[in-house]
Design a protein around this ligand. Structure first.
Ligand code: PMT
Length: 424
């Protein structure tokens, strides 16, 4: 069975002796059903010819940023759009440093900046260069930006020394890529995601709601499908198209969302991105409310906390909440982690605090800080689809650990919405 059917891999080759392995890597990727295009840096050209890589990939090799002919054929932006993933194998120490600086002074660095797809590096360098503080700092910075490192492996090196810095073997790199598309593999798992706002009616023509567009939740649903999961998307009102292969349940109010979520429980993973209205009008007027006094008061009552209640009732479900904050993001996120009893909280800035992000709500981009009991990681600004993939890539290992340790037993189940009523 070919494991990379229909996948488009953009292979970057940089200046390292391991560049000779790139031809074999391309062959193996094509054996697995992938289409491969190659970008070589000037350094790579010293180790292997473009002609060789053109012959094995079946495509002209891309070399220069300022080449008008190449830009007219498939320019760097188009190349970045073409790819489903970018793999740079081998990645030299110099290239890691340039990527860490965010440079765009050759074709490969420019494509990496323009790309909105998973980016993986297979470092290959002398073991002292790999161990050097500067390279380690660069590696940390790149991983912090959601870039994946495949290797390096340890062993005999071309320079005659032994240690970490060898490029991973070609077959292992192919396996890493397959795993990357699986986002750690959610095959056979059911993931329930809430998305969008809720609407709490005041009368037949008015409601209380918020600015959530649903984009973040829908992007996570798509990433979970890509990872092989069965995905149930419980969505408040949005203007988004239904993602492929997702079971969509449309709801309006927080109470409807709670019912829809709980009627699908238990699942393996529950990810609550919805911006649920915390309060709803005590009374919903049957008829349109007419304008009367200058000041009008609306009595509100608390909505159920879908996230906290569901986690309390289904403790075995690995649960991730979101936190939208305008200030003290970490403090509030950590409070939510504890108070709601969930495994992880993905926090984002909203409102003017979100700065360049136009307020997060409705934007195509976002940045997240992911917190768990004894750790955290920053997922930098990216399109919501890219961010969703990287979020899942970080969630899945925690989920796998959680499952390996054995699930907590079901609570003495209390229906918090209606404490007298048992949960089915
Ligand atoms: O939809 P977009 O335009 O793409 O915007 C994305 C987003 C900003 C809505 C999203 O990234 C996000 O932050 N969602 C959570 C927003 C929110 O309501 O945060 P909160 O801090 O108020 O709630 C904390 C958590 O409890 C959330 O997981 C929320 O789904 C959940 N909750 C809150 C209240 C409630 N009554 N029930 C809940 O389940």
């Amino acid at each position: 069975m070919q494991r990379l059917t229909n996948k488009r891999i953009l292979l970057g080759v940089t200046g390292s002796i391991a560049a000779y392995k790139s031809a074999e890597l391309i062959r193996r990727l094509r054996d697995e059903g992938a289409e491969v295009q190659v970008i070589m840096t000037r350094g790579a050209e010293a180790f292997i010819t473009a002609l060789t890589l053109q012959a094995v990939s079946g495509h002209p090799v891309h070399l220069h940023l300022m080449d008008t002919e190449a830009e007219a054929g498939m320019g760097h932006i188009e190349l970045a759009r073409w790819a489903d993933a970018i793999l740079i194998a081998p990645t030299s120490a110099d290239f890691m440093a340039r990527l860490a600086q965010g440079r765009a002074d050759d074709l490969l660095t420019a494509v990496c900046l323009a790309g909105d797809v998973p980016l993986a590096l297979a470092p290959a360098m002398n073991n002292r260069m790999w161990r050097d503080r500067a390279t380690q700092d660069n590696a940390k910075k790149l991983v912090g930006r959601g870039i994946l490192l495949f290797g390096p492996d340890s062993g005999d090196q071309a320079c005659g020394e032994t240690g970490p810095g060898r490029m991973r073997e070609v077959d292992l790199l192919v396996n890493d890529l397959v795993d990357m598309f699986d986002v750690g593999s959610l095959a056979g798992k059911t993931v329930l995601i809430t998305a969008g706002p809720t609407r709490e009616p005041i009368d037949p023509v008015r409601f209380i709601s918020n600015h959530s567009s649903g984009k973040m939740g829908y992007a996570i649903a798509e990433a979970a499908v890509e990872a092989g999961a069965r995905v149930i998307l419980v969505s408040g009102p949005t203007a988004l198209p239904v993602p492929d292969r997702v079971e969509l349940v449309n709801v309006e109010t927080a109470n409807q969302m709670l019912d829809a979520v709980q009627s699908h429980m238990p699942v393996d993973l529950f990810i609550a991105t919805a911006a649920v209205a915390d309060y709803r009008p005590v009374q919903v007027s049957e008829n349109k409310i007419k304008k009367q006094d200058n000041i009008m008061a609306l009595a509100l009552e608390k909505n159920p906390d879908i996230l906290a209640e569901t986690k309390a009732q289904f403790p075995g479900v690995f649960t991730i909440g979101f936190a939208a904050e305008t200030n003290d993001l970490e403090t509030y996120a950590r409070n939510k982690l504890m108070n709601k009893g969930v495994e992880m909280i993905a926090a984002n800035w909203v409102g003017s605090a979100a700065g360049e992000n136009d307020g997060t709500f409705g934007s195509d981009n976002n940045a997240l800080q992911l917190f768990w009991q004894d750790g955290e990681i920053e997922l930098p600004m990216a399109s919501k689809s890219k961010l969703a993939r990287s979020l899942l890539a970080h969630i899945v290992p925690h989920f796998e650990d959680y499952q390996a340790k054995g699930l907590p037993k079901a609570n003495n189940v209390v229906n918090l919405k209606d404490p007298g009523k048992p949960i089915a």
